[in-house]
Every structure is written in C-alpha cells, then in structure tokens.
Design a protein around this ligand. Sequence first.
Ligand code: ZN
Ligand code: ZN
Length: 100
Amino acid sequence: MLTCRSCGKLIDRTGIAGAAPALCDECRPRRVAPQPPFPVGTRFGRYTLVEYTPSLPGLARARFRCDCGRIKELQVSNVAQRGAHDCGDRVRHPRLGGRG
Ligand SMILES: [Zn+2]
Ligand SMILES: [Zn+2]
C-alpha cells in the first residue's frame, strides 16, 4: 500500500496506470484558480474590500466600503496602486492639511 509522502494518507491507486504516485490527490500539485491578491477585508486607506464581483480575469473588481458607509465598485488594482483610498466626498472626508 502506498502512502502520501506529504501527509501520510493512504493513496488509492485504483485504476491509476503508470508510475506510482508519491503524493495523494490532495497533495499533488494541480491547477488552482488564481487567488485574488487581496483577501476580503483588506483595507486601502478608508476603503475596506467587501466582496469580489464577477469580472474578467486580470481585471478583478470588488466592492469597497468607505469608512463613511458608501459602497463603491472599483477595479482592485486601481485602488491598490493609485491610492484612491476614500470615496472622494470632501464633505465627509475633508482634507486635513495634507497634500492635494
Ligand atoms: Zn497527501
Ligand atoms: Zn467616504
């Protein structure tokens, strides 16, 4: 009986041809869906990433909740890179002597 080299689980070889596998199905490398680079809950300035929305691969979009309560749907990379870190409402978020 074979055991997985990684987790020690017994490997069910039923119906598998070819070289004996050293890793079980769970430990064997496989294609995984690309993970979003920022988990839900990540904060960008006043924005908190609330949930990912359906989008094209490589153009991850998500809903962000501003500290003032507004929800905006934005492209994640834009928020992460450009620093659009609040909803832009200058009444709710007056600039406090900062840069423009
Ligand atoms: Zn394993
Ligand atoms: Zn806001």
